[in-house]
Design a protein around this ligand. Structure first.
Ligand code: DAH
Length: 357
């Protein structure tokens, strides 16, 4: 019997060592230790033996079983390590390979225009302010002298949001004008800020997008007049479009939050689209003297302080300056469009001659 055990042990170990991969090793294991394996058969045979014989033989078979189990486990570790080595070898990355050339990134035209607005108005002493995209109805409309029944609300196809625990709805701000209110409530005059930022209206065609950008401007101080508004905005338009003698026209208009209100147009040629030439007028921005009600809503005494405000579409002035025909292309993420209209991150923002302080 013990000869049997020695023989099984020898050929079993030879088979284990010869197994070239995990699957072959498993076959060997089943043949030895599986339900009808060789070693299992020896264990089963213990049942028919007398106590004395079983004791000696049982110990030997169990030792055989433990020894072979260990040998299989050891072989499995060797095979696993070899398989991992082979995979690492096969999947090796040659880090000495030169990188594939990728087109250099560029600044999106919207970001670029916002940088220019910041630089140009910064040179005139304006700081930059921002605020929430999800706005309180009161800041977006009410405090700006636009009561609930006012037709100006219908013009701005507003996205309203239900707000838990509030009796007024929240809105995706339809313009950057609520920042006039937030600014006047949070600090005392003198105030000189611009507010570039995202705005939202339920609108979608070649010249309208549900999300777009505006830039608001607000100046509040003692003795501010229409002359300041005119001087500031004419300087800005000439600097932004880089046309030193650009003609601008102030046309009477209406906004609930300014009195008087004006639309500002610049000269252009309708046929060729050339800005600064020709005898046509192109509307660029809205503006006016801040309405006394708006000042009073913010706790500023209109008899002591006056101010002017303006608002313009960032996409619109960008399209005009760079001849971009379709508004929707701004948000398509088309790499060809971006590399055509984008600017180098290293190119400085130019200030029009003479206007830098
Ligand atoms: N908020 C106006 C709009 O979205 C634009 C505007 C007009 C802003 C006149 C102003 C302003 O600050 O004075 O149509």
């Amino acid at each position: 019997m013990s000869n049997d055990i020695t023989a099984i042990d020898r050929h079993a170990r030879a088979a284990i060592d010869a197994a070239a991969n995990p699957a072959a090793l498993e076959t060997v294991r089943v043949a030895l230790l599986g339900k009808s394996g060789e070693v299992t058969a020896l264990l089963k045979s213990l049942g028919g033996m007398d106590a004395e014989a079983r004791k000696a033989f049982g110990a030997a078979v169990n030792a055989l079983k433990t020894g072979l189990t260990d040998a299989i486990e050891q072989r499995r570790r060797i095979l696993d390590a070899a398989a991992l080595d082979a995979r690492l070898q096969a999947e090796r990355i040659d880090i000495t390979l030169p990188a594939r050339p990728t087109p250099p990134g560029s600044i999106h035209p919207i970001s670029r225009t916002i940088e220019e607005l910041t630089a140009l108005f910064g040179a005139m002493g304006f700081g930059v302010q921002d605020g929430p995209d999800i706005e309180d109805d009161w800041y977006n409309f009410g405090a700006l002298n636009i009561p609930p029944h006012h037709p100006a609300r219908a013009m701005m196809d507003t996205f309203y949001l239900k707000a838990a625990g509030r009796n007024r709805p929240m809105v995706l701000r339809t313009h950057t004008s609520p920042l006039q209110i937030r600014t006047m409530l949070s600090r005392k005059p003198p105030i000189r800020v611009i507010v570039p930022g995202r705005t939202y209206r339920s609108d979608h065609d070649a010249t309208h997008s549900p999300m777009f950008h505006q830039c608001e401007g607000l100046v509040i101080d003692r003795g501010i007049t229409l002359a300041h508004l005119k001087g500031c905005l004419v300087d800005f338009l000439r600097a932004y479009f880089e046309i030193p003698d650009l003609k601008a026209r102030f046309r009477a208009s209406y906004f609930p939050f300014t009195e008087p209100s004006m639309e500002i147009d610049i000269a252009w040629d309708r046929k060729t689209g050339t800005i600064g030439a020709g005898s046509d007028w192109l509307e660029i921005l809205g503006s006016g003297m801040v309405h006394p009600n708006v000042l009073a809503n913010c706790g500023i005494d209109p008899r002591e302080y006056q101010g002017f405000a303006f608002g313009m579409g960032v996409e619109r002035i960008t399209m005009l300056k760079h001849g971009i025909p379709d508004l929707r292309s701004f948000y398509d993420s088309d790499i060809r469009w971006l590399s055509h209209y984008g600017t180098s991150p290293l190119a400085p923002v130019t200030l029009h001659e003479g206007n830098a302080p």
